[in-house]
Ligand binder design. Structure first.
Ligand code: ZN
Length: 129
């Protein structure tokens, strides 16, 4: 059954969500960074005017461009991490559950459920056998 978390447990749960999101965001960011640096160093950029990827010569060779674009693309890592953290925290806050019938939903905390229960934020609840 669903029982209410203590305030300490709710805080801990929130921290777990953030920790998990940061590590996920870091992974996503690093993948994006590596791909971004490789693709741009290879000379492939999306031309917004043409609407598709075109090959551009930035000068130098792939290997001289790579370190430069690796540095230029670094903010992708931090950006992805921040976006992912925000997204995960927002999703965790939106997630709700009806403690009576175990129905999961989103963004409807306080709304009556069809079973007669009321949806509550799932971050404040935990499942115990
Ligand atoms: Zn219900």
């Amino acid at each position: 059954m669903w029982v209410k978390r203590t305030p300490e447990e709710t805080v801990k749960r929130q921290q777990d969500v953030i920790r998990q999101a940061r590590s996920d965001g870091l992974t996503i960011g690093i993948i994006g960074w590596v791909l971004g640096a490789l693709v741009v160093s290879a000379g492939w950029v999306v031309s917004f005017r043409a609407g598709f990827a075109v090959q551009t010569n930035f000068g130098g060779t792939f290997w001289t461009r790579l370190p430069v674009f690796a540095v230029v693309c670094t903010p992708i890592v931090f950006l992805a991490r921040r976006i992912e953290t925000k997204r995960a925290v927002r999703n965790a806050q939106l997630r709700t559950v009806c403690p009576q019938c175990d129905t999961a939903a989103e963004g409807n905390a306080g709304v009556p459920c069809s079973c007669g229960g009321t949806f509550v934020p799932s971050s404040t609840m935990k499942w115990v056998e």
